[in-house]
Write a protein that binds this ligand. Structure first.
Ligand code: ADP
Ligand code: MG
Length: 249
């Protein structure tokens, strides 16, 4: 039985850029241990939402609580320690091309956690490369890896600080269908193994179906539908949600 503790609680969130109203009263809960999929067409405000979650943008109105803390009210030091509990991989976030896989993995670790021994660092890197099934790439350069492998290493790098919450922003964008399945499996494995609570942003319904316990569809600045895949999609009353489904299946 899943615990119903909320790790993220969003209420009445509003955000505009000049004349452009992006979020217009967003309510959302993420429960501990669940994978929540956020769907919505390009430009609907999905990335803006998670940027507010990690304090990279500030809302105009409403509240964004993460692990019980109102993000917009945190001082820099508190915000930094909250961010250590959130693993986020942004849409275009890439590995550092000039560093090996090992150096890429080591970077967030030595920057954020002091007093680790060489042995502890190496152990952690090896554990995570095993977890994403790519131990053999440890000394390779990112340019030598496939797109799917780079994504997996990116996820491993994000996990290295033991986050409680994982935010995946379009993890399967630009990947072929087989590699997408692979990444979706990884998202599920990460949840099982590390007990993370996750938000997976996507406009890929196959990804949604495979990784999501619940779906939330962002339309006109609000979540218009929320529930399991079968509750939200096959019998959607909103034409736009229906067409989203018909287009994909
Ligand atoms: P998506 O759902 O595709 O992730 P985004 O959340 O990135 O969409 O963006 C939603 C809208 O907000 C887009 O129209 C985008 O151009 C606009 N936007 C996002 N960030 C900024 C910003 N920092 N300044 C101005 N406009 C922005
Ligand atoms: Mg986006």
């Amino acid at each position: 039985m899943m615990s119903r503790e909320k790790v993220v609680e969003v209420r009445g969130l509003e955000k505009s850029f000049g004349d452009l109203d992006v979020l217009e009263g967003v309510d959302l809960d993420l429960y501990r241990g669940e994978n929540l999929v956020v769907l919505g067409k390009s430009g609907s405000g999905k990335s803006v939402l998670i940027k507010i979650m990690v304090g990279l943008l500030k809302q105009d109105e409403g509240s964004m609580k993460v692990l019980g803390q109102e993000v917009s009210k945190l001082a820099t030091k508190e915000l930094n320690s909250l961010r250590l509990k959130i693993g986020f991989s942004f849409q275009n976030s890439a590995l550092y091309d000039s560093m090996t896989v090992k150096e890429n993995m080591e970077f967030p670790l030595v920057r954020n956690i002091k007093n680790l021994t060489r042995k502890e660092i190496d152990y952690k890197i090896e554990e995570l490369l095993e977890a994403v099934n790519l131990p053999q790439t440890i000394n390779q350069m990112p340019s030598e890896l496939s797109g799917g492998q780079r994504k997996r290493i990116g996820v491993a790098r994000t996990l290295i600080l033991n986050p409680e919450i994982m935010l995946y922003d379009e993890p399967t964008a630009g990947l072929d269908p087989i590699t997408c399945v692979d990444i979706n499996n990884l998202i599920n494995e990460v949840r099982e193994r590390y007990k993370t609570s996750s938000i997976v942003i996507t406009h890929d319904l196959a990804c949604a179906k495979q990784t999501g316990d619940r779906m939330a569809v962002l339309l006109d600045g609000q979540f218009k539908a929320m529930g399991t895949f079968d509750e939200v999609f096959p019998r959607a009353s909103d034409e736009r949600i229906k067409s989203f489904y018909d287009y994909n299946f």
